[in-house]
Ligand binder design. Structure first.
Ligand SMILES: NC(=O)c1ccc[n+]([C@@H]2O[C@H](COP(=O)([O-])OP(=O)(O)OC[C@H]3O[C@@H](n4cnc5c(N)ncnc54)[C@H](O)[C@@H]3O)[C@@H](O)[C@H]2O)c1
Length: 264
């Protein structure tokens, strides 16, 4: 019997990458799924998840749209009866230092990554409060824990998600609802490939890979496994954490002094 048998997981950004990998892992553990995304599913993960959990539903929706989210949550409740887990994975990349980022770009990144996390939670929390139980896992980033050159809006949005996570852990802990964040390092997903498959950034890609102390990028399932843990009863005393799942990216730096010390 799976760890999430009889439970319902609502996942934003479920069409692709980390969100789709979460959907598949929750389905493998027995959950019914409600996927939400702007686009139809890409890749195989959502398809495989639905084969395991055929009662699941997928809603085309934008996490920036208040009224649409209200409809989706009502529809999920009508179809699946409850919402035990919310994974906020919908997100977009954004670049530019502050003097370069236009107000439109800034709003776009903050609206999807930070406001979208707030707005989806805002609609799901009444259901969890009524149930007196629930688990929310926000997908933040290592870029919510430390700065990244030229990443102003993305850094700000993910730093906001980390602190919103802690705030929600305080506000809802006594209501039976745990709220945690996962902070992925660089994970090989469509979002990652859009940026790092460009010829101009091939050498930068290697620098970033090197900054992960395991010497490689992560896989979506490695993030999904951490999300699953945080949402499970095995993490019953864990709330308000921002867990780096980053191959050692935030552990510190490794300079060529390692040669001097005979470490390589
Ligand atoms: N890939 C990485 O290296 C990495 C690292 C750290 C954090 N993250 C975070 O992980 C999350 C998932 O990213 P991913 O790498 O799987 O990217 P992805 O592009 O593969 O998936 C993101 C999904 O979010 C959906 N989405 C975007 N805007 C939306 C909106 N307004 N409403 C509804 N859905 C929307 C997209 O359609 C897409 O399907 C994001 O929050 C991202 O910031 C990714």
């Amino acid at each position: 019997m799976g760890r999430f048998e009889g439970k319902v997981a609502l996942i934003t950004g479920a069409a692709s990458g980390i969100g789709a990998a979460c959907a598949l892992r929750f389905a493998e553990e027995g959950a019914a799924l409600a996927g939400l995304d702007l686009q139809d599913p890409v890749g195989d993960d959502w398809k495989r998840a639905v084969e395991l959990a055929p009662e699941s539903c997928f809603e085309l929706a934008d996490v920036r749209e208040d009224a649409r989210l209200a409809e989706v949550v009502a529809a999920v409740r009508e179809r699946l009866g409850r919402i035990d887990v919310l994974v906020n994975s919908a997100g977009v990349a954004g670049g530019g230092a502050v003097h370069q980022a236009t107000p439109e770009d800034w709003d776009f990144v903050l609206d999807v990554n930070l406001k979208g996390t707030y707005l989806t939670s805002h609609h799901v929390l009444p259901v969890m409060l009524e149930q007196q139980s629930g688990n929310i896992v926000n997908i933040a980033s290592v870029e919510g824990l430390e700065g990244f050159a030229g990443g102003s809006s993305y850094n700000a949005s993910k730093g906001g998600v980390v602190l919103l996570t802690r705030n929600m852990a305080i506000d809802y802990g006594r209501k039976g609802i745990r709220v945690n964040a996962v902070c992925p390092g660089f994970i090989d997903t469509p979002m990652f490939r859009t940026v790092f498959d460009m010829e101009a950034v091939k050498s930068i890609r290697e620098e970033i890979r090197e900054a992960h102390q395991l010497g490689r990028f992560g896989k979506p399932v490695e993030i999904a496994n951490a999300v699953l843990f945080l949402a499970s009863d095995e993490a019953s005393f864990v709330t308000g954490v921002a867990l780096p799942v980053d191959g050692g990216y935030t552990a510190g730096h490794r300079f060529s002094i390692t040669k001097l010390m005979g470490l390589e």
